[in-house]
Write a protein that binds this ligand. Structure first.
Ligand code: G1P
Length: 291
């Protein structure tokens, strides 16, 4: 019987250049989507999926993120003194969400290298990887859906979605075929990071959610720089495919690229419309714009 998925790794060392100037000082993971930093959406998804230990791979300038998941004595004391119970609850809840560890990725050598930095803390267990830029709104948390596939099939599982046209070149792309029993599952035979449209092996793009077996650390250790001169996670998983099964999984839900200005705008509108406190007011406001 394969081991349970208990740990989630969040690579959060990136510079966030797609979101300048907002990210000159503020870590991109701390940009708010409505009223919550985007990293918190991923953390809450992981916890709702049964994850017990969160590992952030950070870099220089990410202190705000560490503070966010820590106790804020001054804030809590002030809220308590002023009798602001609900806000105090909100602040305390964030710091008690999970067991959190931090690993510094000293040099930005790529996503594969970032994941490899978690090796000692993860140990010999399957684990989840969540890229905080990808915010997924789903009836069942995306990582939970993927843990279920892992528990049934026993190999690594990569979230995928269909991407049409040249936009495919921004993703890792799978080769393989749809599973006969479950049309949401894709049996991988290969994968390539950021291919040109002409050489993309399919329209199945990898989205930032993975369940990986610990063997990937062995293959990542041997992975040399690939696309963009970086050590790519896709290349490490491709090497894993020579030894183990790897599946693509078309999750149920909607993905937003919140690391991109337009994607963040889309997510903001859709998440705001769902908020019970002001969703109706916001809908009326949008209608009133007469677009
Ligand atoms: C990373 C991965 C890529 C994946 C993408 C999903 O790329 O390297 O395989 O398709 O995330 O968001 P990045 O967006 O960091 O360039």
């Amino acid at each position: 019987m394969s081991k349970r998925v208990r740990t989630a790794v969040f690579p959060a060392g990136g510079l966030g250049t797609r979101f300048l100037p907002a990210t000159k000082v503020v870590p991109k993971e701390m940009l708010p989507l409505v009223d919550k930093p985007i990293i918190q959406y991923g953390v809450e998804e992981a916890l709702a999926s049964g994850i017990e230990h969160i590992i952030f791979i950070t870099g220089r300038g990410k202190g705000a993120m560490e503070d966010h998941f820590d106790i804020s004595y001054e804030l809590d004391a002030t809220l308590e003194k002023k009798g602001k119970k609900e806000l105090l609850e909100l602040s305390r809840k964030i710091s008690s969400l999970a067991r959190v560890s931090y690993v510094r990725q000293k040099e930005p050598l790529g996503l594969g290298h970032a994941v490899l930095c978690a090796k000692q803390l993860v140990g010999d267990e399957p684990f989840a990887v969540l890229l905080p830029d990808d915010v997924i709104d789903a009836p069942v948390p995306c990582i939970k859906q993927m843990i279920d596939v892992y528990e049934e099939r026993g190999g690594s599982v990569l979230a995928t979605m269909t991407i049409e046209g040249p936009a495919i070149s921004a993703y890792g792309v799978l080769a393989g075929s749809q599973d006969a029993k479950n049309p949401r599952i894709y049996n991988c035979t290969g994968m390539v990071e950021k291919p040109k449209l002409e050489v993309a092996p399919s329209k199945q793009a990898i989205i930032g959610r993975y369940i990986l077996t610990p063997r990937v650390f062995e293959t990542l250790e041997k992975t040399t720089p690939g696309a963009g001169g970086e050590i790519q996670l896709t290349d490490g998983i491709l090497a894993l495919l020579e030894r183990e099964k790897v599946f693509g999984f078309t999750f149920e839900g909607k993905r937003f690229d919140a690391g991109d200005k337009f994607g963040m705008l889309q997510a903001t509108v859709e998440f705001a419309l769902k908020r019970p406190e002001f969703g109706d007011k916001f809908r009326a406001y949008l209608k009133g714009l007469g677009l």
